[in-house]
Ligand binder design. Sequence first.
Ligand code: PGA
Length: 259
Amino acid sequence: MSRRLIVGNWKMYPTLSDALVLTSSLKTALEGVKGVEIALAPPTPWLVPVVESWHHKLENVHFAAQDIWPHDQGAYTGQASAFLLKNLVSYAIVGHSERRSYVGEDNDLINDKVHACLRWGIKPILCVGETKRLLDADGNTDSYQWSRLSIQLMEGLSGIKEEDLAKVSVAYEPVWAVGTKRPATPEYALEVIGRLREKLSEKYPRRALGELRILYGGDVDVQNAAGFMKYPEIDGFLLGREAVHARNFAKVCSTAASL
Ligand code: PGA
């Protein structure tokens, strides 16, 4: 398994026909991209047609759900569980900042989702991120933002066993960068990712922690990707807007593979 993971979150951007065109373009664009894991996350209603139209043998390309519901089956109108999606996807995004803010998801629910993914063989991608800058220009920490961020991390991973860490990714996505034209600098992301690992080392042995990936997300594009990827501590990306441009997305993937 390649160390780096690039996740393309298509959010609610493509219509069905857009999604099928994008899938077809990605088949070609990703053909020669090796040495990196890739996960494509179409809108839930397009998962089946997109997966069916993929018909492709690129061992490093997988599908992801943009969210899952923690209960397996039952009276949960509008939801799709890990149990229902388990044969369609290999990964699932959980706790995305848009769900935390628009749907009011809390850390307990998100932690249940992480467990449900692992129960059904789906690799969870747990999103965490501060709403206002955690570090100022001198590197000083806003302790309120740090406590919120570290709680998202520790509560999101509550009860996760050491042996499951290799299946888990954390996506560090500062909310002030997601969907904006203001990405964190690579050095900012590196510093916060280091602190998140340090926090996790209070609970997990370093050897097991070495298996867990920490990605960066928030306005990553074809221009700025290399700046992040020169740091081996950044294990990949979660992309939104750039994920629906096949050529650019593929370039980001090859940059991640080559640096
Ligand atoms: P963006 O979104 O790349 O459009 O900033 C990232 C995300 O929401 O994961």
